[in-house]
Design a protein. Structure first.
Length: 70
């Protein structure tokens, strides 16, 4: 896969992620990031990786919360 194809895949993973798919999307994104050949390419991917990591953190935390009493 070319660098541009890899970046496009990361973008698709980011925009297509849901609470049900975030774990698999994050794992696939890590593998894609590792395949990028240069630090410059990895920097271009950073925005999607940071977004996926943030969603993963938020959605993982939401599962374990108990609703506050009203």
């Amino acid at each position: 896969m070319s660098v541009e194809e890899t970046l496009a895949r990361l973008k698709a993973l980011y925009f297509g992620a849901t609470p049900a798919t975030i774990a698999d999307a994050f794992d696939e994104a890590i593998d894609a990031l590792k395949s990028l050949p240069t630090e410059e390419d990895r920097e271009r991917a950073a925005v999607y990786m940071e977004g996926l990591a943030e969603m993963r953190k938020e959605w993982k935390g939401a599962k374990g919360r108990t609703p506050r009493p009203r």
